[in-house]
Design a binder for this molecule. Structure first.
Ligand code: MTE
Ligand code: MOS
Length: 779
């Protein structure tokens, strides 16, 4: 495994500072089953449990809702419908459109219409079945393609444009048009959606919510109850995974629990079971793509015209920003001299799709990688050569994106060269060709693909963070910030930053639950920016205290402030050396404040959406993967023999955590593009809502030989310790797996015909693609 990515520094004797591969702070508790998730919090006496009643139509007017039988059922304490919401019924996070309970109209099969609170969960579930709803069914639109035809959108389309694509297409020596589709993805976090609302004094509420965005849950609870924000406190110590699925949609669960708690004056817990979670909550957007591309004889793209149509479901949720991000990533790492990219937010009568690791970016990248792969195969060239020919350049040469941002930090040319060498790509390509010549049934393929992913929220105002740093007299620290922990390690990385700042061991820092009563107005932990933003805010808070201590000591000992140095749990003042805890005690006695709030906002970024122009990203994170796959052309089954990953995390704050994110993201990307398949029937009912019908990758699906290294790099921008965000980008390394399968399928026709293989490339699709090639060869 690689080291911290380039910088070697004097580590001294400090335990757990920046650059140290310390384990996740909860790793031992996760393994021992001792980590406290919301369902593990000891229940208060009188706690009620909730079950929802869900729509059985994709689109229908609700003529009447009769809850009398449910209300009379054993153990039931309250049943609510839209009519019982005391405040605003709409909990749309950015745009309106999300009723907390369906109000007169249902817009997807599975939309909650009523909720029952009872003494036990069993009683609540039994009573929820007794709710009677009268519907008048309406016609439903179910697919992105159909919605695109009908121009049925949740919000207006957007265009990004550079140069003169029409003219460049008309004169391009080669031109091709086509369409493709890629599927969505269920988050399948191990901990399902849950909230636990506890009434406090004066009508206040304390709500535990499994959410990436406690501040938004706080605001929406207050709004739907008609309370002030200060009356609601939301806390989350950890989630059992979020993956974007808990960026907006936990609000509905928390609001329903809170309305019931306010109504009954009882603590109320609402935990979805797996099936309801999969049915009721949004997923990754599946996309329909249409393109017209012009290229030269080397496969260089000269002009691109592309429509990206995402299935948003019934409401806007975050789809504006998600389809924007798909558009931002329609270049992946490639220069598009003339391009028009149009993004469409297709409205369908299905669950409202939401954030999912990569936030639309992966979909844009799959579209362009499909295209580049097709260009290479049409020209009969190695796709890696065509990829390299299309990479962004530098210093004014082919370095501006289709949204006007200059790519200043491009390291893909070096990364692809390095991975090509370290993965032995060329020799293995020849070995694979040899293997395929001698193997009529099993075929192998390989693909090496890049990742370039923009870091920052494209809603510029979200790029801010706050922290609260409390130092106690004994020299220990409580740390709090707006970041939420979902397994990705933001807590330990930010704690390492604070340990480094004070130069104290990591075990002196107590990481505390994210709580809207400690740091207000936080942004979601999303866009991979958790450590970038909260690490900076926490360092700011710690620096303020350190500076106070420095000036206090300088004055006390009559030295200049720069004679004071913090190092390895000690503080040196001139010739004197003191323990950190002696300094904090002394400072307390001298009435020096030992707490501070820190704050950070990302510099340089701006985005003018109406002109589709700006610098939406502070920087880019890069990666590349080379995967070798083997398919059985008679069954469509496959396995992944080897994958080599090279990923750029800048100067790593914690290489072990970062490598964990790279491996986990890569495998989640493999799942999305190969085996995870969502299937709605003709009535708009999701039929894949449990692990029996929805397959996520397991340990067996990880490439047998997986080699991950960190690219030696430092962030050229002034990020926290020059690190780079790592949460989402590695998911897109999974594209190499999908294209390795495509390469293996192409071997069926000896690479003379371009195969059709959309995503997910399930064994069924792989088999159909092989059959199709055989038929085309025969015909
Ligand atoms: N890793 C784990 N283990 N669990 C998660 O839910 N979410 C991903 C990524 N890695 C996730 C994860 C997503 S979608 C994002 S945006 C980032 O983590 C968020 O955390 P960060 O900003 O601290 O990287
Ligand atoms: Mo991640 S999709 O930005 O929560």
């Amino acid at each position: 495994m690689a080291d911290g990515g380039g910088i070697r520094r004097d580590r001294g004797t400090l335990k757990g500072g920046v650059g140290a591969s310390v384990p996740h702070d909860s790793a031992a508790k996760h393994v021992a089953g001792e980590a406290v998730y919301i369902d593990d919090i000891p229940e208060l006496p009188g706690t009620l449990h909730v079950a929802p009643h869900l729509s059985v139509h994709a689109h229908a007017r609700v003529l009447s809702v009769d809850v009398s039988a449910a209300r009379a059922a054993p153990g039931v304490r309250a049943v609510i419908t839209a009519a019982d919401v005391p405040g605003d019924i709409d909990i749309g996070p950015v745009f309106p459109g999300d009723p907390v309970l369906a109000d007169g109209l249902v817009q997807f099969h599975g939309q909650p219409i009523a909720a029952v609170a009872a003494d036990t969960l069993k009683q609540a579930r039994a009573a929820a079945k007794l709710v009677r709803v009268e519907y008048e069914p309406l016609p439903a639109v179910l697919t992105a393609e159909e919605a695109l035809e009908k121009r049925f959108f949740v919000s207006p389309s957007l265009t990004m444009r550079r140069g003169a694509p029409e003219a460049a297409l008309a004169t391009a020596p080669h031109r091709m048009t086509g369409t493709m589709e890629m599927g969505g993805q269920d988050h399948f976090y191990l901990e399902g959606m849950i909230a636990y609302a506890q009434p406090r004094e004066d009508g206040d509420l304390l709500v535990f919510s499994s959410t990436q965005h406690p501040s938004e849950v706080q605001h929406l609870i207050a709004r739907c109850l008609g309370l002030a924000d200060h009356a609601v406190t939301v806390e989350v110590r950890r989630m059992g995974g979020g993956f974007g699925g808990k960026e907006t949609q936990p609000a509905q669960i928390a609001c329903i629990a809170s309305i019931l708690a306010a109504k009954t004056h009882r603590p109320v817990k609402f935990r979805l079971d797996r099936d309801d979670d999969m049915i009721m909550t949004g997923k990754r957007h599946d996309f329909f793509v249409r393109y017209d591309v012009g290229h030269d004889a080397d496969g260089r793209i000269l002009a691109l015209d592309m429509d990206l149509a995402g299935r948003c479901g019934f409401s806007p949720d975050l789809s504006n920003a998600i389809v924007d991000r798909a558009m931002f990533h329609a270049d992946n790492g490639y220069f598009l001299p003339h391009a028009e990219v149009r993004g469409h937010r297709c409205k369908t009568h299905t669950v409202s799709n939401t954030a999912f690791r990569g936030f639309g970016g992966p979909q844009g990248m799959v579209a362009i990688e499909h295209l580049v792969d097709r260009i290479a195969r049409t020209l009969g060239r190695d796709p890696l050569d065509v990829r390299k020919a299309n990479l962004y350049g530098r210093d004014g040469v082919r370095d501006v994106t289709h949204y006007g941002m200059t790519v200043e930090d491009n390291v893909l040319p070096e990364m692809l060269d390095e991975l090509e060498r370290s993965s032995d790509y060329r020799a293995r390509r020849r070995a694979i060709d040899d293997f395929n010549r001698g193997s009529p049934v099993l075929k192998r393929g390989v693909a090496l693909t890049p990742v370039k992913f923009g870091i920052s929220f494209t809603a510029t105002h979200l790029n801010q963070a706050g922290a609260l740093v409390l130092v106690y007299q004994d020299g220990t620290v409580q740390l709090n910030h707006g970041g939420t922990e979902m397994g990705q390690g933001v807590y330990v990385k930010v704690a390492q930053v604070v340990a480094e700042t004070f130069q104290i061991d990591l075990d002196r820092i107590r990481i505390t639950a994210t709580n809207t009563g400690k740091v207000p107005n936080t942004s979601p932990t999303a866009a991979s920016s958790g450590t970038d933003l909260n690490g900076m805010a926490a360092r700011d808070g710690a620096m303020q205290i350190r500076n106070r201590l420095t000036h206090f000591l300088a004055e006390r000992f009559g030295t200049a402030p720069d004679a004071v140095a913090f190092k390895d749990n000690k503080v040196r003042v001139g010739d004197q050396v003191m323990a950190f805890e002696d300094v904090t005690r002394m400072a307390y006695m001298a009435r020096i404040s030992l707490s501070a709030t820190g704050f950070y906002r990302t510099p340089k970024i701006w985005w003018d959406r109406s002109a589709a122009h700006g610098r939406p990203f502070y920087y880019f994170a890069y990666g590349a993967a080379a995967t070798e796959a083997e398919i059985d052309t008679l069954t469509g089954e496959y396995r992944f023999l080897r994958a080599d990953v090279l990923h750029d995390v800048g100067h790593s704050i914690n290489p072990a955590i970062d490598i964990g994110q790279i491996e986990g993201g890569f495998v989640q990307g493999i799942g999305w593009l190969t085996m995870e398949e969502l299937w709605w029937d003709a009535g708009g009912r999701l039929r894949t809502h449990a692990p029996s019908t929805y397959k996520i990758p397991t340990a067996r699906d990880v490439p047998a030989d997986l080699r991950v290294s960190l690219f030696a790099n430092v962030n050229r921008e002034d990020t926290i310790h020059r690190s780079k965000a790592v949460g989402e980008p590695p998911l897109m390394l999974g594209i190499s797996v999908w294209l390795a399968l495509r390469d293996a399928v192409a071997a069926v026709a000896d690479h003379r015909v371009v195969p059709d293989l959309d995503a997910p490339a399930t064994p069924e699709r792989v088999l159909m693609a092989c059959e199709d090639l055989r038929a085309r060869m025969a015909g």
